[in-house]
Design a protein around this ligand. Structure first.
Ligand code: PAF
Length: 279
């Protein structure tokens, strides 16, 4: 595996793949890699001739400077973890990614007005800034994203449509720890006693899914909110049941063909997100 730090070097490698008509699978990451990322990379390995990942903690998608400062960083360990799977790990500096201050904006319409949108103003604009740059540099045939960041997948699909990128977005199922907690780089920030409590989020979502066959959407939402309110360690930011395509809130489970429930909870000062597909 080659570790590449500059656009020029990356451009040379990509040109060689293109000249050889090799398909490219791409996995953008912010590092602190775990089994969820490696699952995306292994799937990309099976479906493409060349596999490129990026490791870059993108400052433009953090609306909270403390969150950016605290974000776990372990570049050497990450490079080691991906070395047997990827052909290239692109690890640029901030100056390399943003030689000029990025100023573009993207119109994601209502997609940006729900859930993570109002909770993290500017977050998806920052994600789009970095992902569009990476897509233009790597020119992948397929790009892989975990379904834990459900709204991010929808935003990236919208970005691809807006920019007419000839890239297939491949959403991949959430990878969970054996106790059910969705894997996330942020889990490493939890103290061990709080980490033990964190699977409560997943178990609540599973109970909500079971209830959804016999209860109304309002009752299911109320159940999740009451469960979270019942333990003072957890602070619910939102739980939203929505149309899984548009991510707009619905009032009945029958209102959409595919329905998802997305949750964001604070535990031990750490922001955890998860979701459940109801149907
Ligand atoms: O999901 C992430 O880790 C990031 O949002 C991404 C897609 C790598 C962009 O920085």
């Amino acid at each position: 595996m080659k570790i590449i730090h500059t656009r020029q070097e990356l451009a040379r490698e990509i040109a060689a793949y293109k000249a050889a008509h090799q398909s490219i699978g791409f996995i953008p990451t912010m590092g602190a890699l775990h089994e969820g990322h490696l699952t995306l990379m292994r799937q990309a390995r099976q479906e493409n001739e060349a596999v490129v990942c990026s490791i870059f903690v993108n400052p433009t998608q953090f609306n909270n400077p403390d969150d950016l400062k605290r974000y776990p960083r372990q570049p050497e360990k990450d490079a080691e973890a991906v070395s047997g799977i990827c052909d290239i790990a692109f690890i640029p500096t901030v100056e390399e990614m943003y030689p000029e201050t990025p100023e573009e904006t993207y119109d994601f319409g209502d997609l940006e007005k729900v859930m993570e949108g109002p909770s993290r103003p500017g977050h998806f604009q920052g994600v789009a800034m970095v992902v569009s740059r990476l897509f233009e540099m790597v020119q992948p045939d397929r790009a892989y994203f975990g379904k834990k960041d459900y709204q991010q997948v929808a935003v990236i699909k919208r970005l691809v449509a807006l920019k007419h990128y000839p890239i297939q977005i491949v959403p991949v199922e959430i990878v969970r720890a054996s106790d059910g907690l969705a894997l996330s780089s942020r889990n490493a920030l939890l103290h061990p006693d709080k980490r033990q409590k964190a699977p409560f989020i997943y178990h609540t979502l599973q109970q909500a899914k079971a209830l959804s066959s016999t209860h109304t959407l309002d009752e299911v939402e109320a159940f999740v909110k009451a469960e979270m309110a019942g333990d003072t360690d957890f602070e619910l930011e939102y739980f939203q049941i929505a149309d899984a395509e548009s991510l707009q809130p619905i009032r009945n489970f029958e209102d959409a063909e595919h329905v998802v429930g997305c949750i964001t909870v604070w535990l031990d000062g750490v922001r955890l997100i998860d979701n459940v597909e109801f149907k």
